[in-house]
Ligand binder design. Sequence first.
Ligand SMILES: *Cc1c(COP(=O)(O)O)cnc(C)c1O
Length: 392
Amino acid sequence: MSLPISFDPPRRLLLGPGPSDCHPRVLRAMAAPLLGHLDPAFVGLMSNLQDLLRQAFQTKNTLTLAISATGMAGMECTLVNLLEPGDKVVICAAGHFGQRMVEVAGRAGAKVSTLAMPWGQVFDLNQIREVLQSVRPKVLGIVHAETSTGALQPLADLGKLSHEFDTLLVVDTVTSLGCVELDVDGWEIDAVFSCSQKGLSCPPGLSPVSFSERSAEVIRNRKTPCQSWYLDLGLLMKYWGQDRFYHHTAPITMNYALFEGLRLVIEEGLETRWNRHKLHHRALKAGLESLGFQYATQQDAILPQLNAILIPKGLEDLPVRKAMLEDYGIEIGAGLGDFRGKIWRIGLMGYNARKDVVMQVLAALGSVMKRLGHPCDIALALEASDGIYSKA
Ligand SMILES: *Cc1c(COP(=O)(O)O)cnc(C)c1O
């Protein structure tokens, strides 16, 4: 057999629901030589990474680390450590990732009550209060940024509400960290999990998690051992905490990447970064609306970093996404579940929340639509978008 030629990935602009493009500084950080996973220099990096994570999450939580796996492992880690068989949990599900929390909690042996809403909508506090009152769950799970519907769930008062009922608040922040406001301590959130490849513009492979003291106590007082050995926080903290016991071989290079990704977040400033996402979202939205698009999301809950737009009548899902990829090197996301074939998802996450990206995707999408027989005015769309920038 002959040796295959080395892999040279085609150039892409990753504007789907994740991964987003890596920041060039992150890619450079990954080219550094390896260290051993117990090398003093590496464990020093781990501590610094934990500090940066605390800043990004806005928390003082001791129990803050990066799970060596993707966002789903963070979800699983959070739920299997907090829940024991028979525990009651309420999950708010109005999209694909809310539904996954239902599934993961169920597999952990918990008694799951699902609070559902039509896709694209968010939950209000009174609705949640009623369920907490009747179920009295140990844990309430909710998604901050529902990537499958483009909806931003307001969270500011939910922690306080949960604590009225002695319930722990668990939040999926996989698509929100690094893009929109998130205040773990201020909002009294008890557990969060996120990922490296969306708002932080690193490759997929790490899942930042953080647990409040309330959560830590619940975990310490478990009656049964955590069902997952790999994700058992008690064991993981013997590696991430003072002891530095070998648990698993940390993905060294990924930790370099996340460290640099977080440095970029803190260097820019949280507030500035959230505002940058808002600005480029407004410019993209103006252009998309000028092209005739409507959002699939409740109007007052649209995520800046993930634009879920309805596919217009007369256009098909696949040919458009295929032309975007093949002719322009641009990846946009398809719809999942209830939204399959009905929406496209355009992400402007982290490094990709930029003016040149907004202009590029509008021009490409407009020209693809035109070519497939859907009339639109590209120049007008670019002008609409530019109008937002000149007023900013
Ligand atoms: C992407 C995503 C996940 C899953 O993360 P992976 O890194 O793909 O495992 C979970 N929740 C939400 C809201 C997501 O967008």
